[in-house]
Design a protein around this ligand. Structure first.
Ligand code: GDP
Ligand code: MG
Length: 182
């Protein structure tokens, strides 16, 4: 038995998807152990939740450039939408927009429990970028956003849901949202 920390992000709440997403998790046999609404969450929670290392910033920047290239866009367009073209610079812009996104409305924090809960929920949410997420996954079924489309409006990719990616992050995230907080 293990526990995963799920966040229903502001776009999921705005679109009235709380019930449907939780239903999908419960349908698999996973159980909801706790729910807490943050209306909206404060910066401290989001900063602690996304404690991004230099490696994360670089990789997000790299992924964003690749996403632009695969959408047939150029480095000039990266510059137009991010103000910079280097991986670390883009990573920092993405991080700031991510904080704006997560503090823009209500977030629902959920503890999900069950056999292989962390792995199962990650499989169910699908790829980070909804446009690339498989049909049948939560992000794939309810979204089509990608980096280039989001960046044209100078906002974060909106992908409805977060889920812990390892036992270590699950423990830390459950403590942040349900325990000692900020
Ligand atoms: P997740 O675990 O699938 O949510 O993805 P990450 O932990 O790598 O990233 C955290 C959040 O940052 C994602 O859910 C997105 O909202 C945002 N993000 C991640 N990668 C990118 C990217 O390449 N471009 C942009 N614009 N946002 C991203
Ligand atoms: Mg993550």
């Amino acid at each position: 038995m293990s526990q995963s920390l799920v966040l229903l992000k502001p776009d999921a709440v705005r679109r009235g998807l709380i019930g449907r997403i939780l239903q999908r998790l419960e349908d698999t046999g996973l159980r909801i152990r706790n729910i807490k609404m943050y209306d909206p969450p404060d910066y401290c929670h989001i900063l602690k939740h996304y404690e991004s290392t230099d490696e994360w910033l670089f990789n997000v920047g790299k992924k964003t450039i690749e996403d632009f290239v695969s959408a047939g866009l150029t480095l000039e367009e990266v510059k137009r939408d991010y103000g910079v073209t280097d991986e670390m610079g883009i990573g920092r812009v993405v991080k700031n927009r991510l904080i704006e996104y997560l503090t823009s409305g209500t977030v629902v924090a959920v503890i999900v429990e069950g056999n292989m809960a962390i792995e199962k929920v990650r499989l169910m949410i699908g790829h980070t970028i909804p446009a690339m997420a498989a049909p049948g996954s939560i992000r794939g079924d309810y979204g089509t956003d990608n980096a280039a489309f989001a960046a044209a409006s100078k906002r974060s990719i909106e992908n409805l849901i977060h889920a812990s990616d390892s036992p270590e992050t699950a423990e830390k995230e459950i403590d942040l949202w349900f325990g000692s907080g900020c």
